[in-house]
Design a protein around this ligand. Structure first.
Ligand SMILES: [Ca+2]
Ligand SMILES: [Ca+2]
Length: 234
């Protein structure tokens, strides 16, 4: 290779590297979503380390903060009828489908049965009615740069995979979600309500301060995603 083609090659490499770097830094600069807030919840971006609630995905709407299969919220204002309560009407006009854990219900228990592998907290919002191709963004505030691992509180009636992006770039391999279906449960719809924790399901590298996580539903869907609990990893 002569000097001229070597210089050309060096320029090409620099230019590709530059484009990649720009794409990465541009995501945060160009991102139009914002941390969730409402009359009750106004702590700014969710904090890492700590529990990051999926239902507090960002404001910004379809195509910016999330993509959902249909514009209707099948939980808030639908399964949970609009009755003026905070729980039932939570983000009811957005496409992401949200419900909350229900305890001590009759005639049938819902989220507090013997079929839970882990008992969830009561009245906890979660993203449900998930389908492949859906995603949502969560702006987080990270105390210290480094690697973090996350446990996920979830239900899944048939298994499937999800993935996480960090600041617009895929940050994990497809993460296998283990099914929580239990044939011993005589109530068919309750296969969507057997809670479990997937320990250390994801490991991601985060910078200090603002980061945007994107949760992608890759395959199967039919999962209820409550929160990712991020801890500093070694
Ligand atoms: Ca929807
Ligand atoms: Ca959905």
């Amino acid at each position: 290779m002569n000097g001229r083609s070597l210089r050309f090659l060096a320029l090409m490499v620099l230019s590709v590297a530059g484009t990649m770097w720009a794409a990465k830094s541009d995501f945060l600069a160009q991102y139009k979503g914002a941390p969730y807030e409402d009359i009750r919840y106004h702590d700014g971006a969710q904090k890492i380390p700590g529990k990051v609630l999926c239902a507090y995905y960002d404001r910004g709407g379809e195509g910016v903060a999330y993509h959902d299969t249909d514009a209707k919220n099948n939980g808030s204002g639908a399964l949970n009828p609009a009755d003026g309560s905070y729980l039932n009407e939570f983000r009811m006009n957005e496409g992401v489908d949200i419900s909350y854990t229900k305890m001590n219900r009759s005639p049938q228990q819902i989220d507090d049965t013997q079929y839970d592998k882990v008992q969830p907290p009561p009245d906890m919002f979660y993203v449900g009615w998930t389908a492949p191709g859906e995603w949502f963004n969560i702006t987080v505030n990270v105390a210290k740069a480094g690697w973090y691992s996350a446990d996920l509180l979830y239900t899944s009636n048939r298994g499937g995979t999800i993935a996480l992006d960090v600041n617009g770039e895929r940050a994990t391999a497809p993460l296998a979600i283990e099914s929580t279906a239990d044939p011993a449960d005589p109530v068919a719809w309750r296969q969507w309500h057997h809670w479990n924790v997937a320990r250390n399901i994801a490991k991601v590298r985060l910078k200090r301060g603002k980061n945007v996580l994107t949760v992608h539903i890759l395959t199967e869907g039919q999962m209820n995603l409550a929160y990712f609990d991020f801890k500093k990893a070694e």
